[in-house]
Design a protein around this ligand. Structure first.
Ligand code: DLL
Length: 433
């Protein structure tokens, strides 16, 4: 099923025509309504009239997170506050949060895109959607909520946390679709197993998981443990929230809803646009947003765009699973490491539990990487020698993939903190010293 076939399966030539029309309107809008955009364009010698083809987008300056902070809270809004009906915010680690505003029309579009996302996971009016993303300033909860209502599903707005209750309601209400972060889904799966509830007491069919990077190996783990189909969904507050892109049942990349967003991939260092098929940083321009449009927003997320037709019939470009963020990447002794690389090694070996954390420290002038990973109860009580063997195997695999020696520490079951939202995969102690 495709929620909006005319839009999602539009011929690319028609889609590009529509994109250009909408891009022109958006550039006009920010030029006239947002002084910061106008000044940047003027400094680059550009006016909205310069947007004559989609390629002209590349002449516009980038927008970065710091721009959003500098104009905190409402300085980049392109609608008067009386037309803004909702605010969301994402808490950065330092300084001002990022604040985004939505008009009534923006909220309608957002619901439409989340309806498309949910339809990708097989949702319809008979579905029961349990929203385990956090409600509040975070976009996950309310984003999924309105999309689920739009498809006519029954929504269970439980938000994140309260794990025992999640499981009770999942059983009692006959939840068919679970919406939460993949790390929380893993925690739920684990709790389900422990509670001994037989699988046939649940009606769960699919999960829409996102808001943090996760690997193919983690997908297999979740699909196996929960016996569902797990769909990757992507988005960010600055661009809208969830509903920027979603996997279809083919699961070969996430379709970016291109009638609302124009994606680009750039080299994060040279800032040059890269062709389809090349890996780099994702950049988005919104082309329907009224309250808070963004022009060439640098996401810091690393992905690849693919334009070849997809078997599902959707024509929108696919982005590969996000492999990490440029600012999640840790540099250890000069080597770039992403937590997702470690995840994929651990899960494909399958010798441990899927709970892990990277601990980075500095001894003298040398960086050290330890990978803490949990083992099962049974294994933990096994003889030391077999534990050492497992540690060595993992260490060897990590070394061959990363080109870096990491110390592997098998830790007790349940000793790594479980996540109810976005998981924290890295403890960097170097920053403390
Ligand atoms: O996480 C929006 C969202 C909610 C997406 C629910 C999907 C589901 P932010 O809190 O602003 O918004 O965080 C955005 O999270 O730039 C990525 O780094 C990361 N992210 C989001 N989805 C994925 C995904 C929401 N599917 C940041 N895979 C983004 C990998 C993701 N990373």
């Amino acid at each position: 099923m495709i929620w909006n076939r005319p839009m999602e399966s539009m011929k690319r030539a028609d889609l590009e025509k529509l994109q250009l029309e909408r891009l022109k309107k958006t550039v006009e809008r920010v030029y006239h309504n947002v002084p910061a955009y106008r000044e940047k364009m003027q400094a680059a010698g550009l006016t909205p009239m310069d947007m004559q083809s989609l390629e002209d987008l590349r002449r516009l300056p980038f927008t970065v997170k710091q721009d959003l902070r500098d104009h905190y809270p409402f300085g980049l809004f392109a609608s008067p506050m009386r037309d803004i009906v909702r605010l969301h915010a994402s808490s950065g680690t330092t300084g001002n949060p990022i604040v985004v505003g939505y008009t009534r029309r923006d909220l309608d579009n957002w619901s439409e895109l989340m309806a498309r996302t949910l339809t990708c996971a097989g949702a319809n009016a008979d579905s029961v959607v349990q929203v385990g993303y956090g409600y509040g300033l975070f976009t996950g909860g309310l984003g999924a909520h309105y999309g689920a209502e739009k498809v006519g599903a029954t929504v269970v707005p439980i938000s994140g946390g309260n794990t025992k209750r999640q499981i009770k309601l999942m059983q009692d209400f006959g939840t068919t679709i679970l919406a939460c972060t993949p790390s929380y889904a893993l925690f739920l799966a684990e709790t389900l197993q422990e509670s001994g509830i037989p699988r046939d007491k649940l009606r769960l069919k699919a999960g829409i998981f996102g808001a943090e990077p996760w690997t193919e190996e983690m997908r297999r783990e979740l699909e196996y443990r929960l016996q569902i189909t797990a769909i990757d969904i992507y988005g960010l507050s600055e661009v809208m929230g969830p509903g920027v892109a979603s996997e279809c049942p083919v699961k070969n990349g996430l379709h970016i809803f291109e009638d609302h967003f124009i994606p680009e991939i750039i080299d994060p260092v040279t800032e040059e646009p890269l062709p389809y098929g090349e890996k780099g940083e994702l950049v988005f321009t919104t082309i329907t947003k009224e309250g808070f449009p963004v022009i060439r927003y640098r996401t810091r997320d690393i992905s690849v765009l693919h334009v070849e037709p997809c078997a599902c019939g959707r024509t929108h470009v696919r982005m590969s699973k996000v492999s990490g963020r440029t600012d999640d990447m840790v540099i250890i002794r000069g080597v770039n490491v992403f937590p997702s690389q470690v995840e994929s090694v651990l899960l494909s070996l399958g010798l441990t539990e899927p709970h892990y954390v990277l601990v980075i420290d500095r001894v003298g002038t040398l960086d050290t990487l330890e990978v803490w990973v949990e083992v099962s109860e049974k294994m933990f009580s096994d003889e030391i020698r077999s534990m050492e063997r497992i540690e060595r195997t993992i260490q060897r695999e990590l070394e061959s993939l990363l080109g870096l020696t990491a110390r592997v520490r098998l830790v007790e079951p349940k000793s790594i903190e479980r996540s109810e939202g976005k998981a924290k995969r890295v403890i960097d102690r170097r920053k403390l010293s």
